[in-house]
Design a protein around this ligand. Structure first.
Ligand code: AMP
Length: 142
């Protein structure tokens, strides 16, 4: 398997080298809005520990991140008044991975609405900021 390369965009976001619409941060992980959302409220949970994806992640990294994935799933569902939430996680290009630092997609789902295509179009920044504000409020409430 290809080795982890810290030149990826999520590593830069973790280090604060490039901006993001941040929802949450602790010692182990950050959560941000996805800039090419497939659904309203699409966000990402990104462990800080360097791994390319699930296949090379340590048990310690995985056990620390899953509670946060659940926390964001609950907050995004409540904040977006979604009917359900899908969690997605891609490993290697053949599986659709495009950024090679482990991350989990939180995808609020709405009755009768299909997901947009993966990495299809950029979001309106104001819409993302508005959704982020609601998700942050739900995180603080929960
Ligand atoms: P994956 O195919 O699982 O590697 O997905 C990478 C995701 O990262 C896609 O949904 C992109 O829209 C998203 N993405 C790429 N660059 C950024 C960025 N700078 N900020 C937030 N999300 C991003």
């Amino acid at each position: 398997m290809t080795a982890y390369d810290d030149g990826n965009i999520f590593s830069k976001i973790i280090k604060g080298e490039i901006p993001s619409e941040k929802l949450y941060e602790d010692a182990n992980a950050v959560a941000i809005m996805d800039i090419m959302p497939q659904t309203r409220g699409h966000c990402l949970v990104i462990p800080k520990a360097p791994s390319r994806n699930l296949l090379d992640a340590s048990d310690e990294t995985l056990s620390a991140v899953m509670p946060l994935v659940a926390k964001l799933a609950r907050a995004a569902k409540a904040a977006m008044q979604a009917d359900g939430v899908r969690i997605a996680q891609f490993n290697e290009p053949a599986a659709g991975q495009t950024v090679f630092h482990l991350h989990f997609h939180i995808l609020p789902m709405y009755e009768g609405v299909e997901l947009d295509l993966h990495s299809n179009r950029s979001a309106d920044k104001a819409a993302l900021a508005e959704q982020a504000e609601k998700i942050r409020a739900a995180l603080n409430a929960g």
